[in-house]
Design a binder for this molecule. Structure first.
Ligand code: NAD
Ligand code: UDP
Length: 324
């Protein structure tokens, strides 16, 4: 890539977006980070602000955006159920209107555009592991629907823009990803358990903890994004990106207690509505088309993530008084 290439990252001040901006700058491209700071944080990108090829724009993607770019990574959208259910109407707007605006922008400037879609497309799946051919089992009117159906509609828009306007699109279906810069109080399971363990508080397992998830470390995921964007124009996806290593939530809790040396105990609470029972990506497509597979196993990824939350606690960014 050459210096004159300009890459837009929406949601660039969030967890995944900030890591992506960093990797793009390492590649020598110009990065325009757009974020409304709903769940993103300035501290995630503070170290990039003085970089001469980095630009930050506070903007909400539910409003039109007129910039000149060559590539767009559309990540804007809160990912944690706690945050996306706080303002569900805004979540649908971000997913649907945001996608329309970014696709419109891509059409005007002839940019390639990548959508950060999600394993939630599969809902509570009846196929295991989930491959891209599975159409999903999604409740259209539940608490998670603003996110699940919003992301499904965004995928529809991406493929219609492709069919109707011949846009170069790439759709990545991301499975649970974790790592440093996850919002410390967003209720996602890895960050919640680590913070609870570091504070020696009970780890709040929802349900009996028998539901499964597959956790991908952020560096692996971002590598998958970059590979997907670099594919020829006939590669559109959707392509699953995630780590096939599958763990129950109870196993995750025990691992985090062991790695932090915590005195915390595990307590069980009610399972949230529509909580998927199992989730594991079939990544054969990513492996074949992108030559991609995650390299960082869960234990190693957790070892890299725990110090980040220790620092947030030490600097008072997470107050010991918060309820996690
Ligand atoms: P995040 O909440 O840390 O980041 C989302 C970013 O988007 C935040 O910086 C937020 O402020 C910004 N944002 C939200 N609404 C916006 C709007 N209307 N306009 C502009 N900016 C807006 O979440 P993340 O984990 O970094 O997720 C990034 C993307 O990846 C999301 O689209 C999410 O749906 C998708 N995804 C993430 C995961 C995961 O496990 N992390 C899994 C599946 C999909
Ligand atoms: N979970 C839990 N305790 C928590 C937070 C989450 O047991 O404090 C469970 C949640 O019910 C779900 C899993 O962990 O089964 C993953 O939840 P998360 O919100 O991280 O992601 P998602 O449900 O979107 O996969």
């Amino acid at each position: 890539m050459h210096l004159e290439r300009r890459v837009l990252v929406t949601g660039g001040a969030g967890f995944l977006g900030s890591h992506l901006c960093e990797k793009l700058l390492e590649r020598g491209v110009q990065v325009l980070c757009v974020d409304n700071f709903f769940t993103g944080a300035r501290r995630n990108i503070e170290h990039l602000l003085s970089h001469k090829h980095f630009e930050l724009l506070r903007h909400d993607v539910t409003h039109p955006l007129f910039v000149e770019v060559d590539e767009i990574y559309n990540l804007a959208c809160p990912a944690s159920p706690f945050h996306y259910q706080r303002d569900p109407v805004q979540t649908t707007k971000t997913n649907v209107i945001g996608a329309i605006h970014m696709l419109g922008l891509a059409k005007r400037v002839k940019a390639k555009i990548l959508q950060a879609s999600t394993s939630e497309i599969y809902g509570d799946p009846s196929v295991h592991p989930q491959n891209e051919g599975y159409w999903g089992n999604v409740n259209p009117i539940g608490l998670r629907s603003c996110y699940d159906e919003g992301k499904r509609c965004a995928e529809t828009l991406f493929f219609d823009y492709r069919r109707q306007h011949n846009l170069q699109i790439k759709v990545a279906r991301i499975f649970n990803t974790y790592g440093p810069r996850t919002h410390p109080n967003d209720g996602r399971v890895v960050s919640s358990f680590i913070v609870q363990a570091l504070l020696n508080r009970d780890l709040t397992v929802f349900g009996a903890g028998e539901q499964t998830r597959s956790f991908c470390y952020v560096d692996d995921l971002v590598d998958g994004f970059l590979r997907l964007m670099d594919t020829p124009s006939d590669v559109t996806g959707p392509i699953n990106l995630g780590n096939p290593g599958e763990f129950t939530i109870a196993e995750l809790a025990r691992e985090i207690i062991a790695l932090t040396g915590s005195r915390s105990k595990i307590i069980c609470g009610p399972l949230p509505p529509d909580d998927p029972k199992q989730r594991q990506p079939d990544i054969s497509k990513a492996s074949e088309i992108l030559r991609w597979a995650p390299k960082i196993p869960l234990q190693e990824g957790l070892r890299r993530t725990i110090p980040y939350f220790e620092r947030l606690l030490a600097y008072g960014v997470i107050s010991a008084a918060i309820s996690v």
